[in-house]
Design a protein around this ligand. Structure first.
Ligand code: PBG
Length: 337
């Protein structure tokens, strides 16, 4: 062994040097979270303007009427969050989810109210049909030639395009399709461009897995399928190459930001997407991820703040610069301390 390699081994063997004090740890930290990385999901209900109901499986998360949504939006601005994303809750459901694109639908009304009060807040909108269809599926259900029920891709895309356009017209800052139909990004991009929204970006839920971690959300959004599941359009949790194929396709069709969802069980997918593509990567820390931490903390089994921050920094470290999380306000508050 020569002299220089010996020095190197000695120095490498003392990695604790840069961990001994907080000021040194601050100096060498590789990943820093900012409130502007976070997007807060909000469930807006058309039940009444002052409606407020806690989601029992998601402590601290509420279904809110428009007046209460405005209060959350103000907090989001004060906390300097990156923005909010709206999900609609309504009893106005039919087979094709037509209330998703009504001009007086809950999302459209909320967008106008928020934009009037807080024009500087970034408001993203989830584009999907499951909250508006009577059967709770993300698209139009049709009987195929073999007499089986399936989601008709292209008819669903037509509805999704109408929904995206009506969000754009009501003031959405970021169109976020979560339905997982094929070719919806291209169709939405084309329609937006034709109607003068060529500068309105699309965040595609591109790698969205058929996950059990969405369980609490379906209670929150009232969007459980009344029969069947979502495996014909959401991805198999076992696949990673397929995620890259879908992301590449969505970017080609016009996605400006791509999303991986859920986050914590899919950190490898986030990292791969970050390495293989150059568009911004978002990740959705979904309802089940939130509820697990809340439940364990409520039992005294985990330190909530610590695990919350650890889960968020791991998502950013994996490569996501945008994190959709129900912890957004709590995390921002913790970071301001
Ligand atoms: C579909 C949609 C879902 C979520 C966001 N958009 C549910 C689903 O696909 O079943 C899940 C979000 C979460 O679990 O927090 N509109």
């Amino acid at each position: 062994m020569n002299y220089s390699s010996e020095i190197q081994i000695q120095s490498e063997s003392r990695t604790r040097r840069t961990r001994m004090t907080q000021r040194m740890r601050n100096l060498v930290r590789e990943t820093e979270l900012h409130p502007s990385n976070f997007i807060l999901p909000l469930f807006v209900s058309d039940a009444s303007a002052n409606f407020k109901k806690e989601v029992s499986s998601m402590p601290g998360v509420y279904q809110l009427g428009i007046d209460n949504i405005l209060v959350e939006c103000e907090k989001a601005l004060e906390s300097k969050l990156g923005g909010v994303i709206l999900f609609g809750i309504t009893e106005d459901k039919d087979e094709s989810g037509s209330s998703a694109h009504h001009d007086t639908g809950i999302i459209q009304l909320s967008l106008r109210a928020i934009k009037r009060r807080f024009p500087e807040l970034l408001v993203a909108t989830d584009v999907c049909l499951c909250e508006y269809t009577s059967h709770g599926h993300c698209g139009i259900v049709k009987e195929n030639s073999r007499g089986e029920f399936e989601i008709d891709n292209d008819e669903s895309v037509e509805q999704l395009v109408l929904e995206a356009l009506s969000h754009a017209e009501a003031g959405s800052d970021l169109i976020s399709p979560s339905d997982m139909m094929d070719r919806r990004i291209g169709a939405i991009r084309e329609a937006l461009d034709e109607h003068g929204f060529e500068n309105l970006p699309i965040m595609s839920y591109a790698a969205k897995y058929a996950s059990g971690f969405y369980g609490p959300f379906r209670e929150a959004a009232g969007s459980s399928p009344s029969f069947g599941d979502r495996k014909s359009h959401q991805m198999d949790p076992a696949n990673s190459d397929e995620a890259m194929r879908v992301i590449e396709r969505d970017i080609r069709e016009g996605a400006d930001i791509i999303m991986v969802k859920p986050a914590m069980s899919y950190l490898d997918i986030i990292r791969r997407a970050k390495d293989e593509f150059t568009v911004p990567v978002a990740a959705y820390q979904v309802s089940g991820e939130y509820s697990m931490i809340k439940a364990a903390a409520a039992n005294g089994w985990l330190d909530e703040e610590r695990v919350m921050m650890e889960s968020l920094v791991s998502i950013k470290r994996a490569g996501a610069s945008i994190i959709l999380t129900y912890f957004a306000l709590e995390a921002a508050k913790h970071m301001a301390q």
